[in-house]
Design a binder for this molecule. Structure first.
Ligand code: ACO
Length: 706
């Protein structure tokens, strides 16, 4: 577990040793030393280490860190891979607090053992490692460029964590161009020790950072990530671009940094549940980062768009829908006020179209009205560069209106045009107003702000319900199967397990002879269904082991015999324990409730349309267990099955509460019983509101014992 103190020594050290401070200017170690000095770090606190040199860049060289007279907070390592273990042992002896290893040639090329050895040395030595295979660290808070990036980024309050070093290098120049300030830029490389979660935890309590953005190809420990992200995201936004959705990318990632990519569905669910915003593109990371670092949270949903171009307004309107922004219906009194700033052919229907004639004064007047009106909660200003206006004056109008209104309300701007617009955008960003080159970007940035707000409101209101269960009974069923060397439960065992967790199941009485079968059938009444019970048979239909709608004693006699013959001919080695004689359940609406385990995030709970619809329409949604009531509510609502349950085309509403309850119980089971690998309840019949539901078919697969 990384301590925040260790990360502080790594990112904001007071003394730095550069191990491998090469004499030649084009070598990485030399560049790192030069960068540290050029960024203004005090010369007497930097120690070049190179056994072959007496001095580098005018500084006295040491042949080992052990010779440095004072304490060393951070050692940056830029020596070849084979030398790194010895250098780390020296760091351990010296008592260095943190080590950033630039060197490549470890896990990313298959040298897993060599990388593990580095971690062992660090653990023993009581220090933390960043990397290996990194570009280094840029910190604008203390002005430290311990990297081979070309100079420091501009100072700012967005922390950028990246798993790609090359992107880090490239983006430093790009952020300068766009006037985007960063508090830190940290390249995490192979993440042998310090990972994204350690850094998110650090930046979460860092007063210099307002927003955390990250490019990640995989998350090391999904459970810990979620735990930390939930705590941090309520304090400050976390925006992540998680690459690696496509199968091709997944194999590229394995060979790139050797990270294990979890299933994308699980990432989606985990991010949603932790309040993390998932960026779709690189530019989203920064566009959203700027908006979220500069804007206050909106106090309500009403958004007003002010534009001088109809097209820009239409595009923004379309995107508003995509990003769940609510364009306000402008009340007549406010519309009257807007009218003062447009020609008669302008429009006061949101988007407010000031027309191509719009002057800076009209812009300022209209923005001021929107900002001053309490019913307006956020403002989007769009401007298309025309010959009659100057983008610099429009930018100034925005700043003046903001100053005069003196309210804490989100405002985003898009200046659409050439160089003058780009320059003015940059000036607006510098003055605290997020500005973009296209209407889509402005809308998506405001959309991200609203998503963030909704995400944290959800986290703050989370309720984890209590579910009463019989874990002892469930455990006995599982242990018996495992002792018998089975990884699948029989239908009766699965039903018993579900029952132990309070899930309504169809009773499955077992007959060991035809006579017993007749007796049971007479008691429960026809029609009935027959199911073969055998530890070796999971897919009963495929071996003819299930017969539905048996209507009389005669039919029962014939079907009983035929079914057993069928099964025996298809699976002669199967041990048949008997035949389940059960009621034909009244049909209900069919849904699926299930669970599987994701290698990164753990139990993943599924809900969606059931029966044969599963494969056909793939209407399934997922969340990571444990589930809160809010998770379950969202899961149910975001499926098409919900429309069916609510009462489609005049049908009565179904018992949605029983569905939610069963989802929660499956989640609890997944949390409690690690041995369950997969569980499928399909179909679960949902009856009319108040009449409950029934788990009809339940499949439980256990983890094999290794
Ligand atoms: N302690 C200190 N210095 C030492 C030691 C030691 N034990 N042993 C050797 N050195 C010195 C060398 O003498 C040399 O200095 P000199 O040139 O003055 O003699 C210096 O350390 C560097 O050693 P070299 O053998 O010259 O190694 P080189 O500089 O060629 O390469 C490097 C080292 C840069 C770490 C290389 O092995 C490497 O891993 N490069 C890839 C780095 C990288 O790309 N990282 C990932 C970034 S992410 C991305 O995608 C961009």
């Amino acid at each position: 577990m990384a301590s925040v103190n260790h990360i502080a020594k790594l990112l904001r050290p007071s003394t730095i040793a550069v191990i491998g401070a090469a004499r030649e200017p084009n070598k990485i170690g030399h560049q790192v030393l030069r960068n540290i000095l050029e960024a203004g770090f005090p010369e007497d606190k930097v120690y070049p280490i190179n056994p072959k040199a007496n001095e580098v860049l005018g500084l006295k060289c040491y042949s080992s860190v052990k010779e440095i007279p004072g304490d060393v907070d951070l050692a940056v390592v830029a020596v070849p891979a084979k030398v790194v273990p010895q250098v780390l042992r020296d760091c351990a002896e010296k008592g260095v607090k943190a080590v950033a290893i630039i060197t490549s040639g470890f896990k990313e090329v298959g040298n897993v053992e060599a990388e593990l050895e580095l971690v062992r040395i660090a653990n023993k030595g009581g220090f933390r490692i960043l990397g290996p295979n990194i570009v280094g660290i840029c910190d604008t808070v203390k002005g430290i460029n311990a990297s081979f990036c070309q100079g420091l980024p501009l100072p700012g309050d967005v922390a950028f964590i990246t798993q790609s070093g090359a992107l880090a290098i490239a983006l430093v120049g790009w952020t300068r161009l766009k006037n985007i300030g960063l508090s830190d830029l940290v390249s995490i490389g192979n993440k042998a020790d310090i990972d994204e979660t350690d850094l998110i935890e650090f930046f979460g309590s860092d007063p210099h950072t307002k927003v955390i953005i990250a490019y990640l190809e995989g998350i090391s420990n999904g459970r810990r990530f979620m735990e930390v992200a939930k705590k941090v995201s309520v304090k400050k936004p976390i925006i992540i671009l998680k690459a690696g959705k496509a199968e091709r990318t997944i194999s590229a990632i394995k060979s790139h940094t050797g990270s294990l990519a979890g299933s994308d569905i699980a990432y989606d669910a985990a991010f949603k549940q932790s309040g993390v915003l998932r960026a779709k593109t690189f530019l989203d990371l920064f566009d959203w980062g700027i908006a979220l670092s500069k804007l206050p949270l909106p106090s309500g949903d009403n958004v007003v768009i002010i534009t001088n171009g109809g097209g820009a307004g239409v595009v923004a309107t379309d995107f508003s829908e995509e990003y769940n922004l609510k364009l306000m219906d402008v009340p007549p009194d406010l519309a009257e006020k807007f009218r003062k700033y447009m020609p008669p052919f302008g429009s006061v229907f949101n988007p407010i179209d000031l027309t191509g004639m719009a002057t800076e004064d009209w812009y300022k007047g209209a923005i001021l009205e929107a900002l001053k009106d309490d019913r307006v909660h956020s403002v989007i200003v769009l401007y298309c560069h025309t010959a009659v206006t100057d983008p610099r004056k429009i930018g100034e109008a925005v700043l003046q209106a903001k100053k005069e209104a003196n309210v804490n309300k989100p405002i985003v701007v898009s200046l659409i045009g050439g160089t003058e617009c780009a320059e003015e955008c940059s000036r607006l960003i510098e003055n605290g107003v997020p500005c973009y080159e296209s209407p889509e970007k402005a809308v998506s940035a405001l959309g991200a702000l609203y998503s963030y707000k909704r995400g944290i409101e959800r986290i703050k209101s989370v309720r984890i319900p209590k579910v009463s269960i019989r874990e002892d009974v469930a455990r006995r069923i599982i242990s018996k199967a495992l002792e018998e060397g089975r990884t699948a439960l029989t239908p009766r065992e699965s039903a018993e397990l579900a029952k132990a967790y309070g899930i309504p199941v169809l009773e499955k009485p077992l007959a060991r002879s035809l006579e017993e079968a007749i007796d049971i059938a007479e008691k429960i009444g026809y029609p009935i269904a027959l199911e073969v019970e055998s530890p070796q048979i999971i897919h009963k239909t495929e071996v003819g082991g299930i017969v539905l709608n048996v209507n009389s004693k005669e039919e029962l006699k014939a079907e009983y015999v035929r079914m057993l013959e069928n099964v025996k001919s298809k699976l002669p080695e199967a041990k048949i324990e008997g035949v389940i004689v059960r009621k034909m359940a009244e049909r209900g609406k069919e849904v699926l409730i299930g669970m599987s385990r994701d290698p990164i995030f753990g139990p993943l709970i599924a809900f969606g349309s059931g029966g044969i619809m599963v494969e056909l329409i793939k209407d399934v949604t997922f969340r990571v267990a444990p589930l809160s009531l809010e998770d379950v509510e969202e899961m149910v609502r975001e499926t098409k099955a919900y429309n069916l349950l609510k009462g489609f085309r005049g049908e009565p509403e179904s018992d949605i509460d029983v569905v939610k309850d069963v989802i929660l119980r499956v989640s609890k089971m997944a949390e409690d019983i690690e041995e369950i690998k997969e569980l499928d309840i399909n179909p679960f019949f949902v009856y009319e509101k108040g009449k409950g539901g029934l788990a009809i078919d339940i499949k439980v697969i256990l983890k094999g014992q290794n």
